[in-house]
Design a binder for this molecule. Structure first.
Ligand SMILES: [Fe+2]
Length: 246
């Protein structure tokens, strides 16, 4: 495989429940490079109700400094970002742009487990979109039955707000609904959501195989090329500045 892009990873060492040290981070990066990845977004969990944004950004920069050189050695473009958990007070932040993917204004936004996407949740997302200078990317929508059901009303409303959609690549091997969403053009980004080299490793193989089997090789190539264009347009692929702050 060539020109893969991973928009959701927990590769940065020691910052969340992802890579526990730099050795694991290096193995994860090497695995992605060997599979043909060219762009890797580094998206550690951020919980606004547990930590200030400033403290998170400091930790993120320090973790990034430990793998920056190795990423260059592997000729990977690394883009800093976050997987920001939706909390009630998140929208009170005036600016969330420094949590976005690379130099874009795209915020990978995670919803609580079991979220039913009622009016209050949708209102929070709208506030974030209107007040915080960012466009949400809905992280791994396959986790939320309310979003992947047929003619999902909340998903339509989230699109009206301007949200993008991310799916975990491994889910395509086991979830037929996702294949349908992909073929309908609903999915904008995929990622491995890798956390380690064991149970949640950076693995594109099974998901890509399922997509190619169900939708054909040329569909997958077309989707990759759309993601590439999208990532360029939103400037994710521009180099990140020294120290990791974008
Ligand atoms: Fe994640």
């Amino acid at each position: 495989m060539t020109n893969l892009m991973d928009f959701h990873t927990h590769i940065l060492p020691g910052i969340d429940d992802g890579a526990k040290d730099v050795d694991i981070s290096r193995l994860m990066l090497k695995s992605l490079a060997d599979q043909g990845a060219t762009l890797v977004c580094l998206t550690p969990h951020y919980y606004h109700n547990q930590e200030t944004k400033e403290s998170f950004l400091e930790k993120r920069a320090a973790a990034y400094a430990q793998i920056e050189a190795y990423g260059k050695e592997l000729e990977l473009t690394l883009a800093l970002g976050s997987e920001t958990h939706l909390t009630r007070d998140l929208a009170s932040e005036r600016d969330l742009t420094d949590l976005c993917l690379g130099k874009s204004k795209l915020l990978l936004l995670e919803f609580p487990y079991g979220c039913e996407f009622k009016a209050d949740t949708l209102f929070q997302v709208e506030r974030i979109s209107n007040n915080c200078g960012v466009t949400p990317v809905l992280a791994h929508i396959e986790r939320y039955p309310q979003l992947i059901k047929k003619n999902s009303k909340p998903l339509a409303e989230l699109f009206d707000i301007g949200c993008y959609v991310q799916c975990n690549i491994s889910s395509f091997a086991s979830n037929k609904k996702l294949i349908k969403l992909l073929s309908d053009g609903i999915v904008n980004f995929v990622g491995t959501d890798c956390h380690n080299m064991d149970s949640r490793s950076p693995d594109f193989q099974a998901g890509v195989k399922a997509i190619k089997q169900k939708l054909g090789e040329s569909f997958w190539e077309g989707f990759l090329s759309e993601m590439r264009d999208r990532s360029k347009r939103i400037a994710i692929t521009q180099p990140i500045q020294q120290g990791g702050q974008t």
